[in-house]
Design a protein around this ligand. Structure first.
Ligand code: GLU
Length: 614
């Protein structure tokens, strides 16, 4: 069984171990899964490999159980949409602090028949009662961030069940009843606690303890479940059962919805202390819809890059950054030094963040086409790029107005908004050539910390993705709260095609760092000619227009860090950035599924068959 030694990893790296595999006695033999062993756990975990090469379909997630579920769907004839939904539902059980019924997400989908890319927006939505000043005190200052996180006020209408329903009906071939069965089983029979689950629970123990329904499930005996024990979630299993038998209207118009609204509006605390009450109503749930949206598309060399449009900024920011990389003068990215490559990435991403902070949000006026135009990128490159020197942060935002060629630097520079992490990304391909890139979240790791009693659903805190107060006084802010508005996201599930055929699909968690991770992994593979798994493994740099740029120890610890610092980059060492997964499409229907070799303890990439299908 492929296993790595991860015991030396600090908990802070959120390392995910699958010591439970040994307990489960689950083994992959010759590409088929055989489950054995004494544990009651339902998991039929896939091998925990960072790379799998083969044919007939592929699944890559952060979690062996979720990968195994998706693989099984593919093997039984489901398509990429089916497998993505089933895997996501499984992640709702084994990665409940990053994904689940109580959250939202975005799906980018390549349809092999039509050769078209479509997207589904399952983003959480603010209650109709939300207004631009809802997250402010009476004097206009921002409410205390953590108090909002751990409260009903941050809970948006969940979009994940609606997205699953829409994806199943529109893109899939199985019904939700069948697709949610493995997740229900996993929740009922349990999975084996690994280091990530343990450490994420321990890190959240204090706030979980404040909410009785959360503590009852996630802190059995008052503490985080030990690594190697089997963790069951009967309440969550019940919820999956209800969704299977009644459909998602049980959440949007039925018993789950009623309980959810009551919980968010009147959060019960263990000690009777008050937290902000939610504004969400039954009507908000009833009006919710997962939306089909036209993907963002930008050209990068001879490739088309498809991403998520607003309310995510992912597609726009990744697309603009790629355009900037093409606009920068000098040698192409494959010919420059590693320092110069990272310098260019940092400048491109910081510029894209300056622009998205000013222009991108769910308000109907985002100038998407302009932000993604090469003319705008050329102007921004001319204003800002110096191969020998990092531009001073914060970089001022540009003017995506269709009139380009002005190389004078504009002067309004805004501080970067805050961002947080708690998400997961999965990538799936099937034997017909359909591809799913799906990122889902409950926002912070552990969301709002509030669980719907009796239903095991951990509620999101996605509404803290809004800016509480305008980023800069006097400058319009596209990401202030509003009625039924969707908070701006950074999630960037991405599908890249060449000649209308899939070439690369990828994504990552990590809040705003998602954008820089996707950019770095894509260019690592496309330009620096790293294999996909090596592009994923490479040490990451994330420059998001803040005073400092996050950099992993692989960069800060060596000459690379010194040479970037010499160019003017102020680096802040960060143990781990993102947890990407992806699939690369080679000639002859060969697939390379890739996941993290070490981040979050390593992901699970798998293919349906090592040999070409007959
Ligand atoms: N809420 C974040 C977003 O939508 C995602 C959080 C994360 O990736 O961890 O951008």
């Amino acid at each position: 069984m492929p296993r790595r030694s991860r015991t030396s990893m600090p908990a802070a790296t959120r390392s995910r171990t699958r010591q439970g595999l040994a307990v489960l006695g689950v083994l992959a033999v010759g590409g088929s899964l055989a489950a054995a062993g004494p544990a009651a756990a339902a998991g039929t975990a896939a091998p925990k490999e960072a790379q799998a090469i083969g044919y007939g379909g592929a699944v890559s997630t952060v979690d062996p159980d979720a990968t195994a579920v998706g693989l099984e769907v593919l093997r039984k004839g489901g398509n990429a949409a089916d497998a993505a939904i089933a895997s996501a539902a499984a992640l709702g059980v084994t990665e409940p602090y990053s994904a689940g019924i109580g959250g939202g997400g975005f799906l980018v989908y390549y349809n092999a028949k039509t050769k078209k890319v479509t997207t589904l927006d399952g983003r959480e939505t603010a209650p109709k009662a939300f207004a631009p000043n809802t997250l402010q005190n009476a004097d206009g200052s921002a409410l205390d961030f953590n108090s909002v996180v751990n409260s009903g006020l941050s809970v948006g209408v969940p979009g994940t069940p609606a997205l699953w329903d829409k994806a199943a009906k529109k893109l899939g071939t199985w019904n939700l009843d069948k697709l949610l069965a493995p997740a229900q089983k996993l929740a009922a029979q349990g999975f084996v606690v690994d280091e990530t689950f343990h450490s994420q629970t321990a890190t959240n123990a204090q706030r979980f303890a404040r909410f009785p329904a959360t503590a009852a499930i996630y802190l059995p005996g008052g503490k985080a479940p030990e690594v190697g024990t089997t963790f069951t979630n009967p309440d969550l299993a019940k919820s999956y059962g209800i969704l299977r038998s009644q459909g998602v209207k049980a959440l949007y118009q039925g018993e789950i919805g009623k309980a959810l609204v009551q919980t968010a509006r009147e959060p019960q605390t263990t000690d009777g202390s008050q937290v902000f009450k939610g504004l969400i109503t039954l009507n908000d749930l009833k009006s919710y819809q997962a939306l089909t949206r036209k993907p963002t598309v930008s050209k990068y060399k001879n490739l088309s890059v498809y991403g998520m449009p607003t309310p995510s900024s992912g597609g726009i920011a990744v697309g603009e950054a790629l355009n900037l990389l093409e606009a920068y003068p000098g040698k192409p990215l494959n010919k420059v030094s590693q320092t110069q490559y990272l310098h260019r990435l940092a400048e491109a991403s910081a510029t894209a963040f300056a622009d998205r902070n000013r222009w991108v949000g769910d308000f109907g006026g985002t100038p998407t086409q302009q932000l993604l135009s090469q003319g705008f990128a050329d102007e921004r490159a001319c204003q800002l790029f110096d191969a020998e020197k990092a531009a001073a942060r914060p970089i001022p935002f540009g003017r995506p107005d269709g009139r380009y060629g002005d190389c004078t630097l504009p002067f309004v520079a805004q501080q970067a908004p805050r961002d947080d992490h708690g998400t997961t990304h999965l990538t799936v391909a099937d034997k017909w050539g359909n591809v799913a890139a799906y990122t889902l979240t409950i926002e912070q790791t552990g969301g709002s910390g509030i669980t719907v009693p009796g239903y095991g659903i951990l509620l999101n805190n996605e509404l803290t993705d809004f800016n509480f107060v305008p980023l800069t006084a006097g400058v319009p802010d596209p990401n202030l709260p509003g009625p039924a508005k969707r908070p701006r996201s950074s999630m960037a599930p991405t599908i890249i095609t060449k000649g209308a055929k899939p070439y690369l699909a990828l994504g990552s968690p990590g809040g705003a760092t998602i954008i820089t991770t996707v950019l770095q992994v894509a260019t690592g593979n496309l330009d620096r000619k790293l294999s996909l798994v090596d592009a994923i493994a490479a040490p990451r740099l994330s420059s998001r227009n803040g005073a400092t740029s996050d950099a992993e120890p692989g960069i800060t610890g060596g000459e690379l860090g010194q040479s970037l610092t010499a160019l003017g980059h102020s680096l802040k060492e960060t143990p781990e950035i993102g947890a990407a997964t992806g699939i690369q499409f080679l000639s002859g229907k060969r697939l390379v599924a890739a996941a993290e070799p070490t981040r979050r303890g390593g992901g699970a990439a798998a293919v349906v068959s090592k040999k070409p299908l007959k």
